[in-house]
Design a protein around this ligand. Structure first.
Ligand SMILES: NC(=O)c1ccc[n+]([C@@H]2O[C@H](COP(=O)([O-])OP(=O)(O)OC[C@H]3O[C@@H](n4cnc5c(N)ncnc54)[C@H](O)[C@@H]3O)[C@@H](O)[C@H]2O)c1
Length: 375
């Protein structure tokens, strides 16, 4: 079992739906010692354990936490379990990576910030969107100056959840905003100050579920302010549409970023090329500045990873999975907080909780808590 500063980490992956995709990445990581799996569904546990050659298996999180000798847990259980289970994991003295979202109430976000602080262990929210090849491309354009001064963001997550496990029934779309919003917050190094959101398409009675009456689609305007506490020198907005029900449209999950010199736009159809725009010099006598556009297929950033993890950048969610594993493991080995620690995770998650509250209040402006240490 490693402590801070030691060279290897023993990891338990808990929840083997989406979680199964991460097991081979941990197995390949040079700083990971042993990898175990846990799932309360015995058939799933046996299938994944056998297929991936995992010897150490647990019948649930509770069994896993009762075992000695494991440093870290990567949690991929249903959303409603995240808050209680993350707190248990941190209080057991283990580091915890969690699938999104961190939680679905502001009280639970506060609870996990407190749990991370008192445990002295790392919490890392595994936000795929800010480790995707598209996000690395946007970062490169921002840092090279190609975007100019950031001026606007868009994000969409349109997905039909009919037929999903019951814990998704009637799930408020904005409670899952992190994929669509976090790229804007990361690129602008910002947090959300206020939100105004409207709901569209009331849930039909058969779709009212985990959160009561609500909407199939929620559309929000998030007002961004700098994280460093400096007064907002500019107005910056992220315009986000989330839809999980009653929208006859194919899956789309992405972000677009705009600056005064250029832009990077997510394709209209998932899998298509991104579009990169560049503002050209004004021509005498011409109305409006010309803008060039080219297709972009971002290469990702495999060079940031240990060599054995690089082949995994061909995988889903923009090749983000090996980057997430590496960040979690490296943060533990290097004895530093993870990049999306509990406070940053709350900054990614709370705006959606507040947006849904705004939608239920007919679009009223809602203030988002300030999660900075000094805030
Ligand atoms: N891009 C992304 O970041 C992304 C993509 C997909 C899913 N997710 C998140 O990953 C999580 C899992 O999603 P999924 O689609 O795999 O869900 P799922 O319902 O298919 O799988 C969850 C698994 O957790 C197991 N489980 C439940 N309670 C447990 C316990 N106490 N101990 C051990 N195992 C337990 C269940 O048996 C099940 O196999 C969700 O929180 C979801 O939001 C994130």
């Amino acid at each position: 079992m490693a402590s801070r500063g030691q060279s290897t980490v023993d990891v338990i992956v808990v929840g083997l739906g989406f979680g199964a995709a991460f097991v081979p990445i941990y197995q390949a990581h040079p700083s990971v010692g042993r990898v175990a799996v846990a799932d309360s569904d015995p058939a799933r546990l046996a299938e994944v354990g056998d297929r991936l050659g995992v010897h150490d298996r647990f019948a649930g999180l509770e069994d896993a936490l009762a075992a000695d000798g494991w440093d870290a847990v990567h949690l991929l259980t249903p959303v409603a379990l995240h808050a209680d289970q993350v707190e248990l994991i941190l209080d057991s003295g283990r580091h915890c990576a969690s699938a999104v979202p961190m939680a679905t109430t502001l009280d639970d976000l506060d609870r996990l910030i407190a749990a991370e602080a008192r445990s002295g262990r790392n919490y890392f929210m595994m936000e795929t969107a800010v480790y995707s090849r598209e996000f690395f491309q946007a970062l490169q354009l921002r840092d090279s100056g190609a975007l100019g001064r950031l001026s606007y963001f868009r994000g969409e997550h349109l997905q039909n959840l009919d037929g999903y496990p019951p814990y998704w029934l009637g799930y408020p779309p904005m409670h899952y905003v992190t994929h669509a919003l976090s790229p804007a917050l990361a690129l602008a190094d910002a947090r959300v100050d206020t939100v105004r959101c409207l709901g569209s398409s009331r849930l039909t009675p058969d779709r009212v579920g985990v959160a009561g009456e609500g909407f199939g689609t929620e559309a929000a305007l998030f007002s961004l302010v700098p994280r460093d506490g400096s007064p907002a020198a500019d107005a910056l907005v992220a315009n986000i549409t989330m839809s999980f029900f009653q929208l006859g449209r194919s899956y789309l999950e992405g972000f677009s970023v705009y600056g005064d010199q250029g832009a990077l736009e997510w394709p209209q159809l998932e899998g298509g090329p991104m579009k990169r725009f560049a503002m050209e010099p004004a021509a005498a006598g011409q109305r409006g500045r010309p803008v060039s556009v080219v297709d972009v297929r971002p290469p990702g950033a495999p060079e940031l990873l240990p060599e054995p993890l690089r082949p995994f950048t061909d995988g889903g969610h923009g090749g983000s999975h090996p980057h997430l594993v590496h960040e979690f493991v490296a943060s533990i080995v290097e004895g530093r907080p993870a990049r999306i620690d509990a406070r940053r995770a709350a900054e990614f998650t709370a705006p959606g909780i507040c947006a849904h509250a705004s939608a239920l209040a007919g679009g009223a402006e809602v203030s988002v808590p300030d999660y900075r240490v000094s805030g």
